[in-house]
Ligand binder design. Structure first.
Ligand code: CTP
Ligand code: MG
Length: 224
């Protein structure tokens, strides 16, 4: 099967507020995007790689892609994650399976990409990584009054890479009727089944400074 991986890196990183678009923020001697690309480079099969970058950083992203993977394409993103994914989807060519991955999940193990590819190849349907939720979750009303405790056993906190049959994902994007932050939601809107497969704690998203510090800590060489 032919696999394409779209790495979306065109966000501004408002919540991180680190002075540069998030994927270009330094992390342990390189950038968040370069870490994410190292994970893609470690995949079992060689996918077609598409990086979606802020328009003004397309050249920088091209340099990082050529250093880390040595092949692939870079395209300018849009104002929303959905628009950025759509820009990447235009370049998937004849891929059978498309994985969409957040550059911000910088420490995602390569094995998780392979697990998602295997799940899509085996089922012919979408597969996304998820982990059990460890906090007790309350549904609240305006003002904070608790309406109910949500049954945690039914919940998954989902991650990327999210994998889909290419034709289905392209069609779902073409018919998208609303703006969502998650590709599985668009697939569900289009009536396609998507399953959750076991995620990985290392696929956490760098959203805030706290997450960036956690990533730095995890990458710190063990002291002698
Ligand atoms: N993304 C993108 N294009 C956008 C918005 C987001 O490619 N217009 C990408 C980000 O680069 C990131 C992933 O989607 O890798 C997940 O988005 P998020 O964590 O929300 O990143 P940002 O939108 O950059 O951060 P913030 O919401 O704090 O501004
Ligand atoms: Mg965002």
């Amino acid at each position: 099967v032919k696999v394409a991986v779209i790495v979306v890196a065109a966000g501004s990183g408002t919540r991180l507020a680190a002075g540069a678009p998030k994927a270009f923020v330094p992390l342990a001697g390189s950038t968040i995007l370069e870490h994410a690309l190292h994970s893609v480079a470690g995949m079992r099969d060689e996918p077609h790689v598409i990086v979606v970058a802020p328009a003004e950083l397309v050249d920088d992203a091209r340099g990082m892609l050529s250093r880390v993977i040595g092949r692939g394409e870079v395209v300018a993103g849009g104002a929303t994650r959905q628009a950025s994914v759509a820009a990447g989807l235009a370049l998937v060519g004849d891929a059978d399976i498309v994985l969409v991955h957040d550059a911000a999940r910088a420490l995602t193990p390569s094995a998780l990409f392979d697990r998602v590819v295997d799940a899509v190849a085996a089922s012919g349907a979408g597969a996304i990584p998820g982990l059990p939720v460890s906090d007790t979750i309350k549904r609240t009303a305006d003002g904070g009054a608790i309406v109910e405790t949500v049954d945690r056993s039914e919940l998954s906190a989902v991650q990327t890479p999210q994998g889909f049959p290419a034709a289905e994902l392209i069609a779902a994007y073409a018919s998208a009727a609303r703006d969502v932050t998650d590709d599985a939601q668009l697939m569900a809107d289009a009536g396609h089944p998507v399953a959750v497969v076991e995620g990985d704690p290392l696929a956490f998203k760098v959203t805030t400074l706290w997450d960036l510090r956690r990533a730095e800590e995890l990458l710190r060489p063990a002291s002698a």
